[in-house]
Design a protein around this ligand. Sequence first.
Ligand code: FAD
Length: 327
Amino acid sequence: MQHATVDVTFVGGGPVALYGLFYAGMLGLSTRVIESLPELGGQLTALYPEKKIYDVPGFPSVLARDLVAQLRQQASRFLQDVRTGETVQHLRPLADGGYLLQTGVGEYPSRTVIITSGAGAFTPRKLQLPEAEQFEGRGIQYTVSRLEDFRNRSVLVVGGGDSAVDWALTLQPVAARVTLIHRRGQFRAAWESVQQLLNSGVDVRLYHEIKRLEGGERLEAAVIYDNRSGEECRLPVDEIVLALGYVPNLGPIRSWGLELEGDSIVVRSDMSTNLPGIFAAGDVVTYPGKVKLIATGFGEVATAVASARRFVNPAARTPVHSSSLKW
Ligand SMILES: Cc1cc2nc3c(=O)[nH]c(=O)nc-3n(C[C@H](O)[C@H](O)[C@H](O)COP(=O)(O)OP(=O)(O)OC[C@H]3O[C@@H](n4cnc5c(N)ncnc54)[C@H](O)[C@@H]3O)c2cc1C
């Protein structure tokens, strides 16, 4: 089914797109957002809804899910066409200069496109044990969607990066016991978080890995071992949170003819790509000095929207700021 033509279509509905939707609406552009996950919010909703964020301007501390709710509220008056549960597979140039975005469910014409697809469709890295699959969703989790599900449970967190450390700290006040194992001798997480971890009640065991899992219908225990001595220890656990990283997959975007550097889209300072009318912002882009943060994505998407507006209407003046508008 073919839909109406809009000025801007956002590919991916993470925090950067949500701010872009607000900003584009404020400048009078018609918009659409297409998101493969069932909900908007990107990594904040899918990976760490219960984690606190400390580095978004204006929020000394905010839960990821609350930031998404605020972004949604800010964008709400301009949310015109939201398509969740659809992945943009193909992007075809149209004779009039716009593009047709095809998802397998619908066909969406657009005058310009802003790609805000983050790391793309990401899948969590799995535990390389034959019995691991049988406990998926029955003791093995890849994210903490609802903190309450972990109340008074014995939890084992596995990993050495920011996610593992953040999850352990988040779960510690709620769970009955939190153990964190990491196969190396040092964490790859932010220094401040690691200091916080070492002063928390989390049972931290470096140089440890999972040897095998035990249980019936549900997970009951993990046998962990010290990878230096081989010494084993059986931990009764209700839940394991695997934070072993994600395998990023740019997926279909790779075949759209965009200039890429690794898994990132190369953009100029106006957030334009090598294809006319296609802009990009947020975690998916690269340029010298790029920092992958929500705050930088917000700035980039405002620039991308202003560029898309100029592309749609070359006579458009430099955007006004919000206080110049009628609210
Ligand atoms: C554990 C963790 C903690 C973090 N903590 C912080 C922090 O404290 N502060 C901070 O600033 N940043 C933090 N980050 C980074 C932050 O989450 C990212 O910078 C931010 O999410 C980037 O937003 P985005 O909108 O560019 O992309 P994303 O949030 O990745 O959203 C992109 C969306 O696009 C969708 N998508 C991809 N391809 C398609 C397609 N073809 N069709 C349709 N939809 C598609 C994806 O499903 C996804 O929902 C953290 C990241 C992690 C993993």
